[in-house]
Design a protein around this ligand. Structure first.
Ligand SMILES: [Zn+2]
Length: 253
């Protein structure tokens, strides 16, 4: 019995994190919300029209249709079981509830989606099995999509191209803090491995990152990194600065 359980877990674990794109079918989609109907009819052709007004996106198909070429990936926020204090990073965070019947495991994961050009989303999903957890996370990532500002705020570079971020931002989740700083060209993503994934999907090429505080909970660090990216959109900039820092994207275009 134990052997079978072990094998099943292994199989679950081997499932690749990459969600296969089934191909979005426009005809089969029946919009349920007003916004969805507008998107299908062609009244809304650009996702900026939704994001700039802050309208709630409640259907993933809206994002699928307006942002073709969106890629989805899972972050390694959990750890698989290992002997001798080992334990490899895994995309599933496996937890257990103790009950009278026995241990009831549940799986959680974090999905990240982005087009590598200024749009990025992140979502958390939890279920009793791995596949529904992945689906929940993917759905939430698409609904939580944000648009970020890019530019070059590095004094060492000053090229006014959108290869880095325009200014330093701080993000926070619980006691995990995350700081992103502009970097000159050629620096690449100088930060933690999983945070690199988020930044790559967002379309940032060069950046310095720094995680502080209680960084043992990887999930919180990832949320803090995403929060820092959100700050890029929240901060208001002047027209003069847009030109100077080469800012691309964001609300005050
Ligand atoms: Zn530059």
């Amino acid at each position: 019995m134990a052997e079978r359980k072990k094998r099943r877990f292994k199989e679950d674990n081997n499932e690749s994190g990459i969600v296969k794109d089934k191909g979005f079918d426009k005809e089969a989609w029946k919009p349920k919300t007003e916004l969805g109907k507008k998107v299908k009819n062609g009244d809304i052709t650009n996702i900026d029209q939704i994001l700039d007004r802050g309208l709630p996106i409640l259907e993933t198909q809206i994002v699928d249709m307006l942002l073709p070429g969106l890629q989805v990936d899972l972050l390694e926020v959990g750890q698989s079981k290992g002997k001798f204090g080992g334990g490899k990073r895994s995309i599933w965070r496996q937890t257990q509830k103790k009950s009278k019947e026995g241990n009831k495991p549940s799986f959680a994961t974090v999905a990240i989606c982005g087009n590598g050009n200024g749009y990025v989303g992140m979502g958390f999903g939890k279920a009793k099995e791995t596949v529904p957890a992945r689906e929940k996370a993917t759905r939430k990532a698409k609904l939580n999509i944000i648009k970020i500002k890019r530019g070059c705020g590095s004094w060492e570079c000053g090229c006014s191209q959108a290869h880095s971020i325009p200014f330093t931002v701080d993000g926070k989740c619980s006691s995990a803090l995350f700081k992103l700083m502009p970097a000159p060209k050629g620096t690449k993503l100088c930060t933690e491995r999983e945070a690199q994934k988020i930044l790559r999907y967002a379309g940032i090429n060069d950046v310095y990152g720094k995680a502080r505080g209680q960084t043992r909970t990887k999930l919180n660090v990832m949320y803090a990194c995403f929060d820092a990216l959100k700050q890029l959109t929240r901060v208001k900039v002047k027209d003069k600065q847009i030109k100077q820092l080469g800012i691309v994207g964001g609300r005050n275009e």
